[in-house]
Design a protein around this ligand. Structure first.
Ligand code: NAD
Ligand code: MG
Length: 301
């Protein structure tokens, strides 16, 4: 199904065949799902991401850092020299343990803070614990997300609608508000939006609207905090091979064909998007703020 394992992300090769292409096996999991249960195993950069000291000495808080895109970002940040505080749900402890080992193997500190972001009090506590554990905060990555596909609006419950809003929008608002007073000039905030913000799917009404809100919030906040020397950007993934999808993010028949519809013909692997977060976190992107950077396999954001 795939070429040789990807040993690094720097060797020239055909991106169409760099990673597995559909069809994939059906693999239902209950939300939030575990990366360790996925087939094929996602690449979060465990064996492929090489750091170059681009975030030396930085202190980062990443939500949803146990699996998927958040895990790939945590690995990349640690290999670039940052200490990392990780948030995720307690049921994902086993995935998070793998990430902690990788951060420590990179010679960096990992601060583990599991908890439910739908709770405002916890979001405030999360930031305080991250600041205390890391000795400050200069990178915030709001990445946790809830995605549950529902075919008809008649079946979209108020309970789900509320949980999606809380997880994807309220938590970002609460965490950002609590984090900003701790951030010095040069600090960066990175939010995770989606191709869904501009191209909503029929079965993701609640999810897609949160992703549009995240992109919009990113633009407004960037204007507000520019005078503090703080930059705010968002990353927009297309279809990425993560636990979000087989755990209710897509119907199982769509999981089998996941990524088939984009020009590159396959889903992205989390390792392929982490470099965007590194760029946006580092001083290399000093003139980049208030924008959305997409990695979609060929679909215009
Ligand atoms: P993932 O399931 O691996 O990561 C999402 C994480 O969100 C989970 O690991 C979980 O720890 C966290 N989370 C969910 N509800 C939470 C809650 N109530 N409290 C605390 N943490 C909670 O999947 P992923 O695809 O890596 O998702 C990361 C981000 O990327 C999400 O914002 C998602 O919307 C976005 N995204 C993903 C895709 C894709 O195709 N995978 C596409 C576009 C955007
Ligand atoms: Mg997870």
């Amino acid at each position: 199904m795939t070429n040789d394992p990807v040993k690094n992300q720097y060797e020239m090769r055909d991106p169409q065949t760099q990673y597995p292409r559909p069809p994939f096996p059906k693999q239902p999991q209950s939300a939030p799902g575990l990366a360790s249960e996925m087939d094929p195993t996602p690449d979060h950069g465990e064996d492929s991401y090489v750091g170059f000291g681009r975030l030396k000495g930085r202190k980062a808080l990443i939500t949803g850092a146990d699996s998927g895109i958040g895990r790939a970002v945590a690995i990349a940040f640690a290999r670039e020299g940052a200490d990392v505080a990780l948030n995720y749900l307690k049921v994902e402890d086993s995935d998070a343990e793998d990430v902690v080992k990788l951060i420590e193997a990179a010679g960096q500190k990992a601060v583990v803070i599991p908890g439910d972001l739908k709770d405002e009090a916890f979001c405030k506590e999360l930031v305080q614990q991250a600041v205390d554990g890391l000795g400050g905060l200069d990178i915030l990555v709001s990445n946790a997300g809830k995605q549950t596909a529902v075919e008809a609006i008649a079946d979209l419950t108020t309970e789900q609608f509320d949980a999606t809003m809380k997880t994807n929008i309220y938590a970002m608002f609460w965490i950002t508000k609590a984090a900003l007073p701790h951030m010095q000039p040069g600090s960066t905030i990175i939010n995770t939006t989606s191709i869904q913000a501009s191209q909503p799917s029929a079965n993701l009404l609640d999810y897609a609207m949160t992703k549009a809100a995240i992109a919009n919030f990113t633009g407004g906040l960037a204007k507000q905090v520019a005078e503090k020397g703080i930059r705010v950007n968002a990353v927009a993934p297309g279809p990425y091979w993560t636990a979000l999808q087989p755990s209710g993010g897509q119907p199982q028949d769509k999981v089998q064909k996941f990524g088939e519809g984009v020009p590159l013909g396959r889903p992205g692997q989390p390792a392929e998007i982490a470099p965007l977060y590194v760029l946006l976190a580092s001083q290399e992107s000093s003139y980049m703020t208030g924008n959305v950077y997409a990695s979609t396999g060929g679909t215009l954001y």
